[in-house]
Design a protein around this ligand. Structure first.
Ligand SMILES: CC(C)(COP(=O)(O)OP(=O)(O)OC[C@H]1O[C@@H](n2cnc3c(N)ncnc32)[C@H](O)[C@@H]1OP(=O)(O)O)[C@@H](O)C(=O)NCCC(=O)NCCS
Length: 216
């Protein structure tokens, strides 16, 4: 989410919750909340490093007094497709509009990026029907399959439905990963200059020379 979007529109209050672009300082809260629901497969597990790396994808909802209430992310595959991920509200904040406000902020971000096709995988399609999503055949979303499903332990027992808002994407940018044979790098033979080590070595030699010159 671009910095300029932390404006009146994304900070609108709904049911006491405000939505803003996430900052790195939110990463711990996001990590804890998302992973509190990853054990039963409600949300995909996200590592702390992955959240920090992608923190600009996230929006957070917070109370008027700045208490973290929930989060959601918009992943951009390209101009043809974006995905709503990791959308969750703390149990005590549910049913007060924060989840809907987060989703609207993510959809607004997709719109600002010029992306009209937005997808997600979920177990609660009813929530997303409220916001214009419809159920889709998952094979129409190869980018999502290659990004997450291939490595998912639930690949052949998935209980989520694929949903799309807007037209189905006509192209995909991801595919099976091919690992190219790495080119071997020749090791340098001989001395590799290292200024810090050389300075340390010079200091050791100077000290030992000084010791040798001391009267016995
Ligand atoms: C889904 C979730 C984010 C919704 O957040 P929320 O703050 O409770 O939702 P809101 O209060 O903004 O509700 C917005 C609308 O959706 C409806 N809604 C909320 N949760 C719903 C659900 N599980 N199923 C159907 N409708 C739902 C509300 O009734 C409301 O409808 P209205 O506008 O007609 O009154 C929240 O329940 C949550 O964190 N769930 C666990 C995580 C999860 O399943 N995330 C989705 C992963 S894909």
């Amino acid at each position: 989410m671009a910095a300029s979007e932390s404006t009146a529109s994304t900070r609108a209050r709904v049911g006491g919750a405000m939505v803003r672009q996430a900052k790195l300082q939110d990463a711990v809260n996001i990590f804890e909340l998302v992973n509190s629901l990853s054990g039963d497969g409600t949300l995909l597990r996200r590592s702390y490093a992955e959240i920090c790396e992608n923190v600009r994808d996230f929006a957070v909802a917070e109370s008027e007094s700045g208490i973290f209430l929930g989060c959601g992310a918009l992943h951009l595959y390209g101009p043809h497709l974006a995905e709503v991920r990791s959308i969750v509200v703390k149990p005590e904040a549910k049913g007060q509009g924060a989840g809907g406000r987060l989703l609207l902020a993510l959809l607004e971000e997709a719109d600002l990026q010029g992306v009209v096709s937005v997808c997600l995988f979920t177990r609660i399609p009813d929530f997303f029907f409220h916001f214009g999503f419809r159920i889709a055949d998952r094979t129409t979303l190869p980018d999502k399959i290659y990004k997450d499903c291939q490595a998912c332990p639930r690949l052949y027992a998935c209980d989520e439905v694929a949903m799309v808002r807007g037209p189905l994407p006509r192209i995909a940018v991801l595919g099976p990963t091919r690992i190219a044979q790495p080119e071997l790098v020749k090791l340098q033979v001989g001395h590799i200059s290292h200024p810090v080590e050389e300075a340390a070595q010079a200091a050791i030699e100077a000290a030992s020379n000084a010791t040798a010159k001391l009267p016995k």
